[in-house]
Ligand binder design. Structure first.
Ligand code: PGA
Length: 251
């Protein structure tokens, strides 16, 4: 079912102690002010089990930022979907542009990761988005369509219905340069039409599509007011409880 969601992506930030404290703060703030959307934090692997111990997942969902493309075995340093699920986490970010760009993630590895996440009961938050050059040369709609087709369209309609999408224009991530609410809406409507072509209008209408890229308390309300924008994936502003809650309260 389509839901409004604000999800934090902590990236490679906070020590374990700092992360547990931040999670406790967000959890307490959400107990005080009931959110009008689902709220999730995606944290480093090292923090998952401890954070799960200090939050109430009825008010604050927990996710990882990645998982391996194999279930187990000789893959030194990797963390599998079953391991993530065993911490109590319920979500996993997959295909973030930083993973695609710096760690060479391809559509093929992402299909494996999505399948393993789903098989282990994790909800993938699947990221897509064009780089600046593709925005400027006008190919962005095709680029994003290809990311969805290649990464996800092997799924059955039932499994596709379990995916949360996050449109994150790479040129807006961590740059302070947000897409305008109209640019976000145009892309989200395009994404919904791409889904409808493959799985039908009902599946498309039921898909949550989040916007990510320099989303902050000052621009969240305008973005979230758009009919096809169902929330945000928040990087930098998720690292301060007050900023993150400011975005949550935009709903
Ligand atoms: P940002 O990151 O909010 O810091 O731009 C968003 C993301 O990469 O998920």
């Amino acid at each position: 079912m389509r839901k409004n969601i604000v999800a934090g992506n902590w990236k490679m930030n906070t020590t374990l102690q700092e992360g547990v404290k931040l999670a406790e703060e967000v959890n307490a703030a959400l107990k005080e002010t009931k959110a009008n959307c689902d709220v999730v934090i995606c944290v480093p692997f090292t923090h998952l089990a401890s954070v799960n111990g200090v939050i109430d997942q009825n008010v604050l969902g927990l996710g990882a930022e990645n998982c391996a493309d194999h279930a187990s075995g000789a893959y030194t340093g990797e963390v599998s979907a079953p391991m993530v699920a065993s911490t109590g986490a319920k979500y996993v970010i997959l295909g973030h542009s930083e993973r695609r760009q710096y760690y060479g993630e391809t559509a093929e590895t992402l299909r494996e990761k999505v399948a393993l996440a789903l098989a282990n009961g994790l909800t993938p938050i699947f990221c897509i988005g064009e780089v600046l050059e593709e925005r400027e040369n006008g190919t962005y709609n095709d680029v994003v369509k290809a990311q969805i087709v290649d990464g996800l369209f092997n799924l059955s309609a039932e499994d596709f219905g379990k995916i949360i999408l996050a449109y994150e224009p790479v040129w807006a991530i961590g740059t302070g340069k947000t897409a305008t609410a109209d640019q976000a809406e145009d892309m989200h409507a395009h994404i919904r039409s791409v889904i409808a072509e493959k799985y039908g209008k009902e599946v498309a209408d039921n898909t949550s599509i989040l916007y990510g890229g320099s989303c902050k308390p000052s621009n969240a309300a305008e973005l979230f007011a758009k009919p096809d924008v169902d929330g945000g994936l928040i990087g930098g502003a998720a690292l301060k409880c007050a900023d993150f809650m400011g975005i949550v309260k935009a709903f």
